[in-house]
Design a protein around this ligand. Structure first.
Ligand code: SAM
Length: 326
């Protein structure tokens, strides 16, 4: 989590909040410890700039053709494609460890930029996000993917996430999908072996949702490595999910938070080392290919780049052991 100097008692101050002023994120209002931040997705940034500009000029000339009259003689105008989207996310600026999902983390911004740089890769995907927190990465993913299931645990986190998902529906609904078909928010606790299917409980899974889960081919997770027990639970859940339904690829972002400890008399990050041990273990099974991807990606959403932010891909290469879902 944030450096010790940024902690107030057992409260953890959001890195994204601290750096918001330096980055492209602007804050709408602040009330108590709650904030509403605007994440500007600037499509003219990064590698897609040229491609997009070409697309826009093509659209502009198409617009000229379309700027015609209808049968009543009224002018018919086609709306120009926006060069920017603004995703507005409600989040907490400071929480206890239990509620860190109510903050937006740097790993989430890296994940968003990775998605925005690779839209065609996700176009036909059904995506599951683990530990989705405020829902920002799921909203970004929904601008390109077919379906997104954003999951987390805890009533407050899930409610905030769902509010954010609904509030940004115009961003990802542009293609005319029905909201309820495109992004859903569901409870999924890595510590629980079962998925909640009692529909009287909020954020539980219907049969239709479970069907969607079996279609998942991409799993994403941002900033979920910060406690070894949770990392163990996360990987155990991830492997269970990967063994069912379709062959999957998982993208995980993590921040290597270095600390000096008196025990080691050195600067270390034991949580990161534990995460790397898991990756090594998976690689030796030969069912998975592990690859570190370049985290220095063009920034559609701006934030201060850090060499401690990493992006990992876990690709399932053997489907021989897959257990069919009923
Ligand atoms: C550091 S936050 C990252 C949130 C978000 N992905 C982001 O990067 O902004 C870690 C996330 O993992 C979730 N989490 C922690 N323990 C969990 C568990 N047992 N099951 C599911 N999610 C959990 C938290 O609620 C939180 O949303």
């Amino acid at each position: 989590m944030a450096a010790e100097s940024e902690m107030v008692e057992d409260q953890i101050l959001s890195d994204v909040h601290v750096t918001a002023i330096r980055s492209g994120i602007s804050r709408g209002y602040e009330k108590g410890l709650q904030s509403l931040s605007r994440f500007v997705v600037n499509y003219q940034a990064g590698e897609r700039r040229e491609e997009r500009m070409k697309e826009e000029s093509k659209k502009d000339s198409q617009d000229d053709i379309n700027a015609m009259t209808d049968i009543d003689g009224d002018l018919v105008l086609t709306r120009k494609h926006k060069a920017k989207d603004v995703i507005t996310i409600a989040h907490a600026m400071q929480t206890n460890l239990q509620d860190v999902g109510m903050q937006v983390w740097m790993g989430c911004l890296l994940l968003c930029n990775f998605i925005l740089n690779n839209c065609p890769r996700f176009e036909n995907s059904t995506v599951l996000e683990l530990g989705g927190g405020t829902g920002l990465a799921s909203v970004v993913m929904a601008t390109t993917a077919k379906y997104v299931i954003c999951t987390d645990t805890g009533k407050d986190v899930l409610e905030m996430c769902e509010r954010n998902v609904i509030a940004n529906k115009d961003i990802y609904n542009r293609r005319g999908h029905e909201l309820e078909r495109l992004v859903i928010v569901r409870a999924l606790d890595w510590m629980d072996s079962d998925i909640q299917t009692d529909e009287s409980i909020p954020f539980s899974w219907s049969q239709k949702d479970l069907q969607l889960l079996s279609d998942v081919d991409v799993i994403i997770a941002a900033d979920v490595v910060y406690s070894n027990d949770l990392t163990d639970a996360f990987f155990t859940k991830l492997l269970t999910l990967m063994k069912t339904g379709k062959q999957k690829t998982c993208f995980i972002t993590t921040e290597r938070r270095l600390n000096f400890t008196m025990t080691d008399l050195d600067v270390t990050c034991k949580e990161y080392d534990h995460f790397r041990e898991w990756l090594k273990r998976l690689e030796t099974t030969s069912d998975y290919r592990i690859k570190q991807l370049d985290s220095d990606v063009p920034q559609f959403i701006q934030y201060p780049q850090s060499r401690y932010l990493e992006l990992w891909q876990i690709q399932q290469i053997s489907s021989a052991h897959l257990v069919p879902t009923s």
